[in-house]
Design a protein around this ligand. Structure first.
Ligand code: GLU
Length: 303
C-alpha cells in the first residue's frame, strides 16, 4: 500500500513523464490531458483590425505580437506539455480565438504561466496583455483589473481520495486538512465561512501541488472550481474523485488592464461571436466537455 501510494504521488509530479509509460503524456496517472487536439476548431485571423482608444491594442499592434497569461497545470483548461512546451485546454483555445479576432495567429502568441496570486500584478504591470486562466470575475478584483465575459460558469467543489466516504460536502470539512491556492476565491471562501480550522488550511501556488499532497495523505481535500478538479480526477481516476456538490458560482472572465474599456468591449464582441457561431461549443466539446457533460455559455455581462 505504501509503495502504491508513493508511486501514485510520483505520477502527479511534472517530471515523471516516463513513469506513466505513455509517450508524450504531460503528467498524471493516465496521461489524460483533457484535450482532444484533433477535434479543436481553427480560428480565422482577422485582417486590418483596429480597436480605437485601446492602449493595450496599440501596444500589441506596434509589437506585432502579444503575451497571454495562463495556467500550466490544469488539465482540460490550461496545461503545458513539458515535452513540447505547448499549452492546451479550454482557456488556451479561448485565448487563441480572441487573439485571432484581434489579428494575431498562434505564432505571434507567447503564453506565459501566471499562477492565481500573481494575476493582478501581471496585468497591471503589463507583463501580460490579457489573462485567460480560470479567473473568477469579482468586485474586489475589478478594483485592480477589468474582465471581459464571463465565458464559462464554474462552481467551487471538493476533490478527495477515492476511498474517502467522510467528506461529502463543505459542511463535513471540520477537522480535515484542506488545500487550496494562494490568492484564489476558493481559499478565501474556506476562511470566510470557516469551513475548517485556520490551522488545517494548507496553501500552495498551484493546484497540482495540492493534488500531490492529497495522494500522499498530507491533506484530506483539495478545494477549487469543479472544472479544475474534474481534470485532476480524470488523470487519476483510481485514486481521486470529485464530491460533485458545488457551493459557489465562479464566472470566468478574461482579465484585462482596468483602464482599457475599448479592448474589453472588443473582447466581449469576440466572445459573443464565438458563442453565436458555435465556436465556443466546439472548443468546449474538445476540452472540458470530452467527458460528455454538457454546458452552455453564460450571458456576457458588459459594463
Ligand atoms: N476561479 C477561482 C479563482 O479565480 C479559482 C481558480 C483559480 O485559482 O484560478 O480564484
Amino acid at each position: 500500500m505504501k509503495i502504491r501510494t508513493l508511486a501514485a504521488g510520483l505520477l502527479v509530479g511534472a517530471l515523471t513523464l516516463t513513469a506513466c509509460g505513455k509517450e508524450g503524456a504531460p503528467s498524471g496517472g493516465t496521461g489524460d490531458t483533457g484535450t482532444d487536439a484533433a477535434a479543436l476548431p481553427t480560428y480565422t485571423v482577422a485582417q486590418n483590425v483596429d480597436v480605437a482608444g485601446s492602449p493595450t491594442f496599440a501596444k500589441i499592434k506596434g509589437a506585432g505580437k502579444l503575451t497571454i497569461g495562463v495556467k500550466d497545470d490544469q488539465p482540460g483548461l490550461g496545461l503545458k506539455d513539458p515535452t513540447t512546451g505547448k499549452f492546451q485546454g479550454f482557456d488556451i483555445e479561448i485565448a487563441k480565438m480572441v487573439a485571432a479576432g484581434l489579428g494575431f495567429d498562434e505564432s505571434k502568441i507567447t503564453f506565459t504561466t501566471v499562477d492565481s496570486a500573481a494575476r493582478e500584478a501581471a496585468i497591471t504591470n503589463g507583463n501580460v496583455d490579457y489573462y485567460v486562466g480560470t479567473y473568477t470575475i469579482t468586485d474586489k478584483r475589478k478594483t485592480q483589473v477589468s474582465f471581459a465575459g464571463p465565458y464559462f460558469m464554474a462552481g467551487q467543489d471538493l476533490l478527495v481520495r477515492k476511498d474517502d466516504t467522510s467528506i461529502t460536502g463543505p459542511e463535513t470539512l471540520k477537522g480535515k486538512k484542506v488545500c487550496s491556492v494562494t490568492g484564489s476565491t476558493p481559499i478565501q471562501r474556506v476562511r470566510d465561512q470557516q469551513l475548517t480550522e485556520a490551522g488545517n488550511i494548507v496553501e500552495f501556488q498551484k493546484y497540482s501541488q495540492c493534488v500531490e499532497k492529497l495522494i500522499t495523505k498530507e491533506v484530506d481535500a483539495v478545494t477549487t472550481d469543479d472544472a479544475i478538479l474534474k481534470g485532476f480526477a480524470a488523470q487519476d481516476p483510481d485514486n481521486l474523485k470529485v464530491v460533485g456538490k458545488t457551493f459557489s458560482q465562479e464566472p470566468y472572465g478574461i482579465g484585462l488592464p482596468r483602464d482599457d474599456a475599448a479592448l474589453r468591449g472588443k473582447v466581449d464582441d469576440l466572445l459573443q461571436a464565438a458563442i453565436d457561431d458555435g465556436t465556443w461549443q466546439k472548443i468546449y466539446d474538445a476540452t472540458l466537455g470530452k467527458s460528455g457533460s454538457a454546458a452552455t455559455p453564460p450571458a456576457i455581462q458588459r459594463y
